[in-house]
Design a protein around this ligand. Structure first.
Ligand code: DUC
Ligand code: ZN
Ligand code: ZN
Ligand code: ZN
Length: 483
């Protein structure tokens, strides 16, 4: 059966034009005028854009003594309802655990996924086994490796491990990723705040100031440069981190920054709310920041110094958040956003004139597909690409509320916000996956998207080389003084 989408306006990361889209066998078969198909979708008054890609989610993640509440079933349902057709989650080995075992564990979680997904592999410890298994992980289509510079005592890796892993990734032609916060200093500041009697959610924000993020981002960039590996900095939340990324990019380093929709829309005044539940529900790392940091992130999206808007979707219930009553370090870190990412970015970005529709497409889909090396299979409206499309009604409006959301959580940090710009329909590989408020794609429709390593493109312009004969190199670089 063929499907044709008629009378819509196609918006890609670079073009806006009117044409029909013909879909056959799950891919885009033709784009042009007067196309015919067995099934006709009317997109009058709507935009046809690449389905969103959320490059950063944590579904059913074991974390801080519990599991994030959305699994691959409810999480991918939320994704489709919000116009997102692919999520990239994290396989997370426990320290000492085989990467292949962790991948098997995470792959088993995806049986009921409604939309496509891929994985990043987390490097939570270092040793010969990890070094060896990274090659097989890459061969299986997982070419990005995430490192936590925070969460001391559990997920955190130290600089020597970071450097070793980055060098290995460079050899494999992969992408290094970091959660950039200085975990030693966060641990120190948390302990001090608790000792001083600060136990509420505001302590979480004060224990992780922007400096700890700026420092770690700078450090990761320098280590990546020495290792000759491209670097993706997840949840860039503040000017200090953004500034480091901007400077690196200007000097020719391949570094990408990822702001979250939460940091773009919500600020740190949330932590001073008198209701403990309200503030605790918004505890995540990095925490929400002041308005000047939001302005920096928005500017970065428009200027291209920041690349992909993600969610870090890691939802918990109020009951789970209450594990941290009396001790903010025990509040599970994380917030949701999968269903709301695209409507919020449209509302606060395109709706205010801060972003063009094409910049919106780049930030929500195409840039992620390119950086993660699955473009143009994903992230494109082009002949031969997967028919992962969102039919976007720029005039549709709703008030965000937990009572109507797909997420399994009992709250929504964006509760009460009115968004204008919503998916009317979401297609996943040509299947109508969401329409008229209902998720229609079958459980198990979602498929794993393997990604290729790309050693030619993924080379940083490192100025530093590990050499076998440093004296000879130094001599060659010295001016001819006869020394
Ligand atoms: N930050 C969060 O808030 N949750 C999940 C992991 C992370 O880094
Ligand atoms: Zn993180
Ligand atoms: Zn994360
Ligand atoms: Zn379902």
């Amino acid at each position: 059966m063929t499907t044709v989408i008629k009378d819509g306006t196609i918006v890609t990361h670079e073009l806006t034009y009117t044409a029909d889209v013909l879909i056959e066998n799950g891919v885009i078969a033709a784009i042009g005028a007067g196309l015919q198909g067995d099934q006709v979708i009317d997109a009058a008054g709507c935009l046809i854009m690449p389905g969103g890609i959320d490059p950063h989610t944590h579904l059913e993640m074991p974390f801080m003594g519990t599991f994030s509440i959305d699994d691959f079933e409810s999480g991918t349902r939320a994704a489709l309802a919000g116009g997102t057709t692919m999520v990239v989650d994290f396989a997370l080995p426990a320290p000492g655990q085989s990467l292949l075992d962790a991948l098997a564990l995470w792959s088993n979680k995806t049986a009921r996924a409604h939309c496509d997904y891929s994985f990043h592999m987390a490097i939570t410890w270092w040793g010969q086994q990890v070094f060896d298994e990274m090659a097989e992980i890459t061969a299986r289509g997982i070419t990005s490796f995430k490192h936590f510079m925070a969460y001391k005592g559990s997920l955190m890796v130290n600089d020597d491990e970071l450097f070793a892993s980055f060098r290995r990734i460079a050899d494999l032609g992969g992408l290094a990723m970091v959660h950039a916060e200085n975990g030693d200093i966060v641990a120190e500041m948390s302990a001090k705040l608790l000792a001083d009697g600060v136990t509420g959610p505001e302590g979480h924000a004060f224990s992780r100031p922007t400096q700890v993020e700026g420092e770690a981002t700078n450090r990761a960039i320098m280590i990546a440069d020495m290792a000759g590996v491209p670097l993706y900095v997840v949840h860039t939340s503040c000017e200090e981190s953004h500034e480091a990324i901007r400077r690196a990019r200007q000097s020719g380093k391949r570094v990408w920054g990822e702001p979250l929709i939460q940091h773009l829309v919500l600020d740190d005044s949330e932590y001073l709310h008198p209701d403990w539940d309200h503030a605790a529900r918004r505890v995540m790392s990095p925490p929400f920041r002041g308005k000047q940091h939001q302005d920096s992130l928005w500017a970065g999206l428009a200027a291209g110094s920041l690349s992909c808007v993600a969610t870090d979707h890691c939802a918990f219930s109020t009951a789970q958040k209450r594990f941290g009553l009396g001790d903010f370090t025990k509040i599970p870190n994380g917030t949701g956003g999968l269903e709301d990412r695209m409507p919020l970015l449209w509302t606060y970005g395109v709706g205010t004139g801060r972003l063009t529709p094409s910049e919106f497409v780049a930030a929500t889909s195409t840039n992620a597909a390119k950086v993660l090396n699955c473009y143009p299979q994903k992230g494109a409206v082009a002949v031969g690409s997967d028919a992962d499309l969102v039919i976007w009604d720029p005039k549709a409006t709703k008030v965000i509320t937990a009572s109507a959301q797909q997420s399994a959580s009992d709250f929504n940090v964006f509760e009460g916000i009115t968004v204008t710009g919503l998916p009317r329909m979401t297609l996943s590989r040509g299947v109508i996956a969401y329409a008229e408020g209902k998720v229609l794609a079958a459980e198990s429709h979602g498929a794993f998207v393997p990604r290729k390593a790309n050693p030619d493109v993924n080379r940083a312009l490192s100025a530093w080389k590990a050499v076998s004969n440093p004296r000879a190199v130094l001599r060659a670089e010295l001016p001819a003084t006869g020394v």
